[in-house]
Design a protein around this ligand. Sequence first.
Ligand code: B12
Length: 299
Amino acid sequence: MSEQLIRIGELSRRTGLSPDVVRAWERRYDLLNPTRTDGGYRLYGPSDLSRLRLMQHYLARGIPTAQAAGLVHRVQTAAFDANPGLPPGDVRKALRVLRESLEQFDDAPADRTLERLLGVFASGAVLRDLVLPYLRELGERWQAGEVSIAQEHFASSFIEGWMLSMARGWSRSGRHRAVLACVPGERHVLGLIGFGLALRDLGWRVTYLGADAPIVAEERAADAVGADAVVLSVSRTAAFDAADDDLRALAGTHAVALGGSGIPNDPPGWLTTRTLPADPLVAAHALTDAIGTPTSTPA
Ligand code: B12
């Protein structure tokens, strides 16, 4: 079985939804698009997983099921489905190269592999299928003590540089404008840059302020460029707590949305409609959709 195609049991395990719920959503809302094995089993792909996660995101925000399914349909348009992405074999090989070379403090093989893949596949697919999964894996392995702080810092810095090189020119053209920054005190930028790249691919012009940006800087930049959205990233709940009041004030005057794992599980009321899905690519679609849907526009 292909690495990217999974059965309903695995889909259920990865989402925490029961197989009955998955089947019901598939039947009632035409939410999933499985292929079938010769034996008649359904096999689900990455876009099915993204759809279920996005559905869970909307439901957690109190949006009724049928309406949430409608939003998922609108948000998950061609970009995901039309792009088949990297074949699993290439992903496996490339992950091995990234792991082995970066953990030996040698970025040349990693650089060559990324360069080669970019010659063949869309940059969004390389980001979705390889770079973001690698970063997540790196974080987990660091946490499990399998890579040292030095290895993690070296690999994170290399990937940050690579993503920013992909981002060159992202502030110059696009239909919508977004200001992106980390909240004060927050230095975890990797998810935010990945989100910015996805947003750029969807036709946004990105003004990127980077790590640890004072709220007043975000406000000034948003006013200067006439931003449609100010997207702030927070990976540590402590950073969110420290900025909560200022963020709420900014959200009173600007279209603010927040992303990242530091958003509290039980967010304050003002934040519930302004929280983006965890997956940066799904989040970029959700924000783009919100801009065209006045009722769900973060404001
Ligand atoms: C790399 C890393 C760093 C690097 C960051 C480098 C960089 N250029 O960004 C450096 C070395 C700077 C760093 C520093 C610190 N870190 Co650190 N770091 C990590 C690590 C290993 C990986 C994080 C990462 O970038 N992953 C890759 C991204 C793509 O994945 P992700 O963070 O899981 O984000 C996902 C989603 O949340 C989403 N996302 C993320 N951002 C955004 C933004 C938007 C807009 C959207 C839509 C989505 C989105 O995208 C990802 C997709 O799944 C994690 C451990 C881990 N397991 O995650 C700790 C971790 C995040 N760090 C942590 C801590 C505590 C620190 C430090 C205090 C020092 C320390 N004791 O380690 C400092 C604080 C710095 C600061 N002031 O912010 C904690 C945070 C705990 C918490 N929840 O409060 C973690 C979880 C480690 C731990 N268990 O202790 N860190």
